[in-house]
Design a protein. Structure first.
Length: 189
C-alpha cells in the first residue's frame, strides 16, 4: 500500500485576517465610557449599563464579595486576638486541691441505698450484671416512706462529715497560726 498524502480540507467561513488585538498588542482594550478592560472581539457588543446592572444583581445575591470577606476575616481575627488577650488576663478558676487529711464528702441517701442494694444482690446471686440499673429503677419506684431509713442514715453520715470537716479546718488554722510546727517537725534554719 502506497502512502498517499492526507487531503487538506478547505476551511469555509473563516475570516482570513489575524486575531484582533488592541493598540498595545493585548487581547483587551479599555472601554472609553466605563474604563473597564473589555475583550477586543467584544468591544462592539459591550454595554456599560448592562455590566453595572449585572454587578448590582450579583451583589444582591452574593453580598460577601472578596473585599467583604477580607474585612470579615480581619474583624474575626481581631476579635479572636482580643478574646485571647482577655482570657490571658483573667485568672482561670482552678479547684483547690483537697488536702490528703481532709474528710471525704458524705454519701447521699441514694448512694446509701445502692450500697445496701448491691450487698443484697451479691448475696442472692453471684451474677450481678445490671445491678446498678435495677437499683436505680427500684429507687425511682420507692415512696418517701420506703426511702426514709436511707435518708436518715445519710443525714447521720452528713452530720459526722460536718464535724470532721470543722475539726480539719480547726487543725489547719492552728497549723497556719503556729507557722513552724513541732508536731510536723519543720524547723527553719
Amino acid at each position: 500500500m502506497v502512502g498517499t498524502a492526507p487531503r487538506t480540507r478547505k476551511r469555509v467561513g473563516v475570516n482570513p485576517c489575524p486575531l484582533k488585538r488592541g493598540e498595545n498588542g493585548s487581547g483587551f482594550t479599555n472601554c472609553k465610557k466605563c474604563r473597564k478592560a473589555v475583550p477586543v472581539g467584544a468591544v462592539d457588543v459591550h454595554d456599560c449599563k448592562l455590566d453595572a446592572k449585572i454587578k448590582l444583581s450579583l451583589e444582591c445575591h452574593h453580598p460577601f464579595n472578596s473585599t467583604n470577606k477580607d474585612l470579615s476575616q480581619l474583624r474575626r481575627r481581631k476579635r479572636k486576638d482580643r478574646e485571647e488577650a482577655e482570657k490571658a488576663q483573667t485568672p482561670s478558676v482552678t479547684k483547690k486541691p483537697r488536702g490528703p487529711q481532709a474528710p471525704k464528702k458524705p454519701q447521699t441517701a441514694y448512694l446509701v441505698f445502692m450500697e445496701d442494694f448491691r450487698k443484697k444482690c451479691d448475696e442472692e446471686n453471684a451474677d450481678s450484671n445490671g445491678t446498678n440499673k435495677q437499683g436505680a429503677e427500684k429507687w425511682k419506684l420507692m415512696t418517701r416512706e420506703e426511702k426514709q431509713p436511707h435518708i436518715e442514715k445519710a443525714e447521720k453520715i452528713r452530720v459526722e462529715y460536718e464535724h470532721a470537716l470543722a475539726k480539719y479546718h480547726e487543725e489547719l488554722r492552728r497549723f497556719n497560726e503556729e507557722g513552724d510546727s513541732a508536731e510536723v517537725g519543720v524547723i527553719d534554719m
